[in-house]
Write a protein that binds this ligand. Structure first.
Ligand code: AMP
Length: 196
């Protein structure tokens, strides 16, 4: 299987993290989730973590500079199976920066996969994710509640959804039905990856 670098795009709760983890297990790809990196910085109490905590808890986007820096560091580590960008890029500036960073390494994006979902179902998914984490004794994300979710969805439509047009115009956008069962979504993603 040739290494592929892909972006999973979609609103919060679309299933990007779940699908990314499957790709890690099944294909040895490396998941780069800026949300996970920021939460780790937050819980370990680094200066950057303290700086972003309030913004994340409010459901807003942290600065491009911070997340681009995080991604640049990880790209340097390399990934023989390819990278999955999960929750990054979220703005046009981040998308441009990613293109530049990959080009500097002689790498490219092989696919941008949009998980197409029904907004009305998303709040339910987020509430369920919080309940499941609680039941499993895992920490519940502070932004997984209906109030903050509304802000996260707004941020998505204002700042991230324009990336769909951006990547469509570049010719690398594929759409997958994110409302299908988890295995069916995984199969649809695999089809995109194995296409070229
Ligand atoms: P996520 O886990 O991807 O839903 O991200 C959780 C939170 O981290 C977001 O609501 C933002 O506050 C922040 N965040 C994650 N990735 C980015 C990004 N690429 N750009 C800006 N903020 C981000």
């Amino acid at each position: 299987m040739a290494a592929k670098n892909i972006i999973l795009l979609g609103p919060p709760g679309a299933g990007k993290g779940t699908q990314a983890k499957r790709l890690v297990d099944e294909r040895g790809m490396v998941q780069l989730s800026t949300g996970d990196m920021l939460r780790a910085a937050k819980s370990s109490g680094t200066e950057m973590g303290r700086k972003v905590a309030a913004i994340m808890d409010a459901g807003q986007l942290v600065t491009d500079e911070i997340v681009i820096g995080l991604i640049a560091e990880k790209l340097d580590e390399g990934a023989p199976g390819g990278f999955i960008f999960d929750g990054f890029p979220r703005t046009l500036a981040q998308a441009d920066a990613l293109g530049r960073l990959l080009a500097e390494k002689g790498a490219r994006l092989d696919a941008v996969i949009e998980l197409v979902v029904d907004d009305a179902a998303l709040v339910g998914r987020i509430v369920r994710r919080a309940e499941e984490a609680k039941a499993a004794g895992q920490p519940v994300r502070r932004d997984d509640n209906p109030q903050v979710f509304a802000e996260r969805l707004q941020e998505y439509y204002k700042k991230t959804a324009p990336l769909l047009g951006y990547y469509y115009a570049k010719g690398g956008l594929s759409q997958v039905d994110g409302m299908a069962a988890m295995d069916a979504v995984a199969a649809a993603i695999a089809k995109v990856l194995d296409k070229g």
